[in-house]
Ligand binder design. Structure first.
Ligand SMILES: *Cc1c(COP(=O)(O)O)cnc(C)c1O
Length: 428
């Protein structure tokens, strides 16, 4: 399958994919949906930036190029991966902070409405931010009870959205199950009631062809360190539909979102357009690596990336059915690929233990309580062989535990350079 994969050659562009040459590299990295592998090009770009741009241009760099970078990268990302025309996307802050800014802006634009719609299986930060906003603004949270092995359906949204709804906040791809929500249908339902929708694209951007403009989405945020390989803690991106930009007011009014930044005026006047959603000085260093991914995605095309993603998840499910189902493992992701994003979650009561042993042996999926193991298959860096090896390792470790052998290690799994920290720390 790797041999006939038209995108297979992209794998070599990532650092750490050459497992034979360097024993520090994992044998199987199945967590590119939590922290994407770095591109070799980014290593060069960052070194060059330090020596040339920062090193020699110093403060002049702001005028020469850095001020525009958040909007330039936003436009590029919009064109390549988000289906968003220019002038609607910017890079800045973390996903959490952008969620706050855009959700607050949205509910403040509908002051007589009383409810925010969300679901109880969304990523914790999304739920926590909205709890805080509801408390601040005296709003009620209207919880959709989503299927942890599926996700929020259009029917469920229809059942709760009404004239009292100011905002609906959902993940495009559910972080747990990988469920792919129907962005168009759900956005349309919200709009029938003049409610706004804020989409969290953290687990879809870079693996799915997103069509924000076509879906008439209002607002979106997303993470750049997952499939976009922006690096740990790289800033997030925000999308605000053209028509809404000059209508909404965001709550963190800093100088970078002001009309005349360097006039240092006495009071805050927001910039027109997307810039008003910025707050403070952009994290230029943190924005460098994602540029290489955007260039690569444009070259590969997001449609081909999605096709490979579907092939990888189908392949993983086939292996799970064949090898793991007999041991009691179940697939906790949609089986129909039109409802599935780029990762597959599998359940078994022993998965916490399995993941720990896998990490100690350089096979890296991640664990989601209570019993889920997530196979994150980053389409441009993950090979079919790597997927095969990863699922085979899950099989061998689980079988070992079930047979009562607690210490299955290097003898069963070929390479074990060193023990690593446990797996449950900081997966996203
Ligand atoms: C990864 C992820 C985040 C991350 O938020 P940070 O502010 O970067 O910590 C937020 N929402 C979702 C749905 C995610 O998957």
């Amino acid at each position: 399958m790797d041999r006939i994969d038209g995108l297979a050659h992209y794998r070599a562009r990532f650092l750490g994919t050459d497992a034979d040459a360097d024993t520090a590299n994992p044998r199987s990295y199945l967590d590119g949906n939590s922290l994407g592998r770095p591109l070799r090009a980014s290593a060069e770009r960052i070194a060059e930036f330090l020596e040339q741009d920062w090193g020699t241009r110093l403060i002049r760099g702001w005028d020469e190029q850095w001020m525009e970078l958040p909007l330039q990268i936003g436009d590029d990302l919009g064109r390549v991966a988000l289906g968003a025309a220019a002038g609607q996307v910017f890079v800045g802050d973390s996903t959490t902070v952008l969620l706050y800014k855009l959700a607050r802006a949205a509910v403040d634009s509908r002051p007589r409405r009383t409810e925010i719609v969300l679901d109880n299986d969304n990523f914790p930060t999304d739920r926590y931010v909205l709890e805080g906003i509801a408390r601040e603004r005296g709003l009620t949270l209207r919880w959709i009870d989503s299927d942890p092995e599926g996700g929020v359906t259009a029917q469920q949204v229809r059942a709760v959205v009404g004239p009292q709804t100011s905002l609906v906040v959902l993940s495009h791809v559910a972080y747990r199950s990988g469920y792919l929500a129907d962005m168009k249908a759900i956005t349309d339902i919200a709009h029938e009631h003049d409610a706004l929708v804020l989409w969290d694209l953290s687990h879809s951007v870079g693996s799915i062809a997103i069509e924000l403009d076509h879906c008439d989405a209002d607002l979106a945020v997303g993470c750049s360190y997952k499939y976009l390989s922006g690096g740990p803690g790289a800033p997030a991106f925000g999308y605000v539909k053209n028509d809404l930009q000059d209508v909404l007011t965001q709550p963190i009014q800093g100088w970078m979102g002001a009309q005349a930044i360097f006039e240092m005026g006495p009071g805050y006047l927001p910039a027109t357009g997307i810039r008003r959603f910025m707050s403070g000085t952009p994290a230029v260093l943190g924005m460098l690596a994602m540029q290489d991914t955007i260039v690569m995605l444009e070259e590969a095309t997001i449609e081909s990336v999605r096709a490979k993603s579907v092939a990888l998840t189908e392949f993983a499910i086939t292996l799970v059915d064949e090898w793991l189902a007999p041991m009691g493992v179940t697939v906790a992701s949609p089986r129909e690929h039109t409802h599935r994003g780029g990762h597959v979650t599998i359940n078994h009561p022993l998965m916490r233990e399995v993941t720990k042993i896998l990490w100690d042996n350089d096979v890296i999926p991640d664990f989601r309580a209570p019993s889920g193991l997530r196979l994150g298959l980053a389409p441009l860096s993950t090979s079919f062989v790597e997927t095969f090896d990863g699922v085979a390792a899950v099989r061998d470790v689980l079988r070992g535990i079930l047979l009562g052998r607690s210490g299955i290690t290097a003898s069963a799994l070929p390479r074990s350079p060193e023990n690593r920290a446990g797996p449950v720390g900081h997966g996203m």
